[in-house]
Design a binder for this molecule. Structure first.
Ligand code: AR6
Length: 178
């Protein structure tokens, strides 16, 4: 599924984020930038040690913020590492932190001259954020950003499972109906 927002496009796709031919891919990292499983593990293993070397120099990344490193051996020139919240009960500031993770990733992308960017579904794996709610927050934050002054031409959400792709598709359809 693909929609236009002013001069930008938002696309949903099923696949592996490490294979995307974009300027920057976003990593769902942890605040110690220590690597891990899920999309974080896949990015470090496909991108090679140059990414971790830069992460070590940067140090930490508080929840909701974002940092940028090389893409190492990936096609993408940059990896933007952001940290989503661990889901507790939905009343512990999770939604604001998840929105901030997307916003700060987009802001650092703009500053770094990124024109095409791919996001995974931040926080909905190990951090257990419910996908339906997370997809609505993710998509509305990106769409709002693209309605403003932006040099981003394309934003791709890369969903690992067909079920997640379907959830995101429903959320995007609902969002553009509003
Ligand atoms: N491409 C696209 N999406 C993927 C890929 C991939 N190669 N691999 C997994 N996903 P998660 P979180 C999906 O757990 O919930 C790590 O250990 C996955 O199916 O990667 O933010 C970090 O170090 C899910 O839909 O991230 C942190 O400690 C989504 O990516 C912690 O996990 C996010 O799942 C972060 O947890």
């Amino acid at each position: 599924m693909k929609i236009k927002i002013n001069r930008s496009a938002v696309e949903l796709r099923q696949g592996d984020i490490t294979k995307q031919k974009v300027d920057a891919i976003v990593n769902a990292a942890n605040s110690r930038l220590a690597g891990g499983g899920g999309v974080d593990g896949a990015i470090h293993s496909a991108g090679g040690p140059a990414i971790m070397n830069e992460c070590r120099k940067i140090g930490t990344c508080p929840t909701g913020t974002a940092v940028i490193t090389t893409g190492g051996n990936l096609f993408a020139k940059h990896v933007i590492h952001t940290v989503g919240p661990r889901y507790r009960d939905g009343k512990s500031g999770e939604s604001e932190l998840l929105i901030n993770a997307y916003k700060n990733s987009l802001n650092i992308a703009e500053k770094s001259g990124v024109r095409t960017i791919a996001f995974p579904s931040i926080s909905t794996g190990v951090y257990r954020y419910p996908v339906n709610e997370a997809s609505r927050l993710a998509l509305s934050t990106v769409v709002d950003h693209l309605k403003g002054d932006t040099s981003i031409e394309k934003t791709v959400f890369v969903l690992f499972s067909l079920k997640d792709l379907e959830t995101y598709s429903t959320s995007l359809k609902d969002l553009i109906k509003e």
